[in-house]
Write a protein that binds this ligand. Structure first.
Ligand code: ZN
Length: 589
């Protein structure tokens, strides 16, 4: 019997046994849920559903922020079910349906067709009803109607961090976010009974089944700091109200260990009312949107050229406004396309966001050197990255969940073999490379901490229902990106952006802030061209420069109002940064 047919048969038989068993007088046959090949002359245990004893579901574990605030918890609910075979008369069936509809609030038409199915022994009348409604149904003593326990999910923080936390479906399976990706930890185990069976799979007469009680799932503790998350969400609401973007994100990273302290996406949803949301509202865009970053990528490539010794802070370049590279006309941005920035150093190129200067710096490296740095930035990895956690014995264990955020996408960079001179120049100012926010945050995190690349991470710990530590995700280093000296130089360049460059409005009195603006066209894969007058605008900031604790990135995709990163994303970043610096000592390490 092939696996598919066997699975189907198992499923059918289980259901049949389960409910027919309510009245069964004899123990029915053997159904293996987890079939193992039975070896001759050897006893094996197999799980068998016992007639008349519906399995108790295991309670899904909660999700917490790092401060211990509940982000998701389970509540006891019930399902009202019926066996359609129990109604021999149509009047009887209609009467039961009317009573159930009145008590549960479920419209008759939503369950009546199932109640009439001739070959079915089970149907749902209403799901996720409260214990009070379940008690009322029981008191009606309706023949053929019974109650099954199940769990519902409540999100005490509503839409706060909902794109990170995600949601569960009615069948109590995680669908998106931590709920989906970390379901293997959160999900409880249903109760079961194991029968002793012989080598032929026959139940051994007289042997009592072992009852295996339901087990609750584990708790997942995130790195999210709720006080900061609240500020980020409020800032994002104002951003959306003011600029009407198609999408937007704001993320705060701790550069010292790669922890994600706050992450918000727009559009968003309230997981307590997920049914009214649209499919696009569920995405965790910090992880899954991949886009051309534009100018916010310039520091990555200028840093690479400095680190490789291809340029020095005193190297000089000339921006004439327009030039030709590899047969393609390339112009600087805005009015500088006609005026030109003149003679510029690497610091000027970052502060003024000069495209021609950034292109020339990129071309000072050979493409192999350029790719070595792209590799160190972990943007050439096409497969899911591995993450490491420490198990109870303190041993490092590999885990393939990367950041822990749902839907994480790899970056895209054209293969080195086909790379033309003009492609190499484009990468210098963030075109022709496609990254997620996570990639960009990690690169700035490395510049901020003196050179160590940390994989961004949103899950701190997993604990059993009794509080025992099951796994801890240690900060995972992806190696050294730049030398400390290069990082110090780059931080001073980023500070220059805020002191006398395109990021001026990000200045905070008494705090040394560095940052970079980004405004990029949007490539349309369907037409093979750029969308006219549509941009991704961003601002990324690092502070305080002398010992950076925060990297804040805000990205605004296709805003209706606003033309640059400095007037859309920058005010949001500044607001979040001010709050983060104020809260810094209370955010916990
Ligand atoms: Zn220029």
């Amino acid at each position: 019997m092939n696996q598919e047919r066997r699975d189907l048969l198992i499923r059918r038989t289980e259901l049949g046994l389960f409910f027919a068993g309510l009245f069964a007088t004899a123990i029915l046959a053997k159904v293996f849920v987890e079939q193992v090949p039975l070896r001759p002359a050897r006893m094996a245990l197999a799980k068998v559903i016992v007639p008349g004893q519906p399995p108790e579901p295991g309670e899904p574990g909660p999700i917490y922020s790092l401060g211990g605030e509940l982000l998701a918890k389970s509540v006891v609910r019930h399902a009202v079910c019926a066996n359609p075979q129990e109604f021999s008369l149509e009047d009887e069936r209609a009467n039961v349906a009317r009573q159930l509809s009145r008590v549960t609030g479920a419209p008759i038409q939503s369950f009546y067709p199932h109640l009439c199915e001739k070959n079915s022994q089970f149907c749902y009348i209403a799901r996720q009803v409260s214990p009070g409604v379940a008690a009322t149904v029981r008191e009606l003593h309706l023949k053929g109607v019974f109650i099954r326990p199940e769990y519902g999910r409540v999100y005490p923080q509503g839409s706060l961090a909902s794109n990170v936390v995600g949601r569960r479906g009615i069948d109590d399976t995680g669908l998106t976010g931590i709920e989906g990706l970390w379901g293997f930890c959160l999900n409880g185990k249903a109760s079961s009974r194991r029968w002793n069976v012989d080598c032929g799979g026959e139940t051994i007469i007289g042997a009592d089944p072992d009852f295996v009680p339901a087990e609750p799932g584990s708790a997942v503790i995130l790195t999210i700091r709720l006080p900061l998350q609240k500020i980020v969400e409020a800032a994002m609401d104002d951003l959306v109200a003011g600029h009407h973007p198609v999408a937007a994100t704001c993320t705060v990273l701790d550069p010292r260990n790669g922890e994600i302290l706050a992450a918000a996406s727009r559009p968003t949803f309230n997981p307590n009312d997920a049914r009214s949301a649209r499919p696009e509202d569920f995405s965790c865009r910090t992880a899954c949107d991949v886009y051309e970053p534009g100018s916010s990528f310039k520091p990555a490539m200028v840093g690479a050229a400095l680190d490789a010794g291809a340029v020095t802070p005193r190297s000089a370049f000339v921006c004439t406004g327009v030039t030709e590279i590899g047969g393609r006309r390339l112009s600087c941005w805005g009015e500088w396309g006609t005026r030109g920035h003149g003679t510029v150093t690497p610091a000027d190129i970052i502060a003024k966001s000069c495209n021609l200067g950034a292109a020339q710096i990129a071309l000072r490296m050979n493409k192999r050197t350029q790719y070595q740095y792209l590799e160190k930035m972990h943007i050439l990895e096409y497969r899911a990255r591995e993450h490491t956690y420490v198990n109870l014995k303190g041993e490092p264990v590999h885990d393939t969940l990367a950041s822990g955020l749902d839907g994480e996408q790899p970056a895209y960079v054209p293969p080195i073999d086909g790379l033309r001179v003009r492609d190499q120049a484009n990468i210098g100012f963030g075109q022709g490379v496609y990254l997620s926010d996570l990639h960009l945050l990690a690169i700035y995190g490395a510049i901020a901490n003196g050179g160590t690349y940390y994989y961004p991470n949103v899950v701190r710990e997993v604990r059993s229902a009794s509080g025992q530590l099951i796994r801890r995700r240690a900060p995972l280093s992806g190696g050294t990106l730049f030398k400390p000296k290069t990082c110090a130089t780059m931080l001073s360049f980023l500070e220059g952006v805020v002191r006398h460059g395109t990021g001026g409005p990000a200045a905070i009195p008494g705090v040394r802030v560095g940052g970079k603006t980004g405004t990029a066209q949007i490539y349309d894969w369907r037409t093979g061209g750029f969308l006219p007058n549509e941009y991704v605008m961003s601002f990324i900031a690092v502070a305080p420069i002398e010992a950076p604790r925060f990297v804040v990135l805000c990205r605004v995709t296709r805003p209706q109002y606003g033309s640059h990163g400095s007037d859309t994303a920058l005010p949001t970043v500044r607001r979040v940064l001010v709050a983060a610096l104020r809260l810094a000592d209370d955010l916990g390490a």
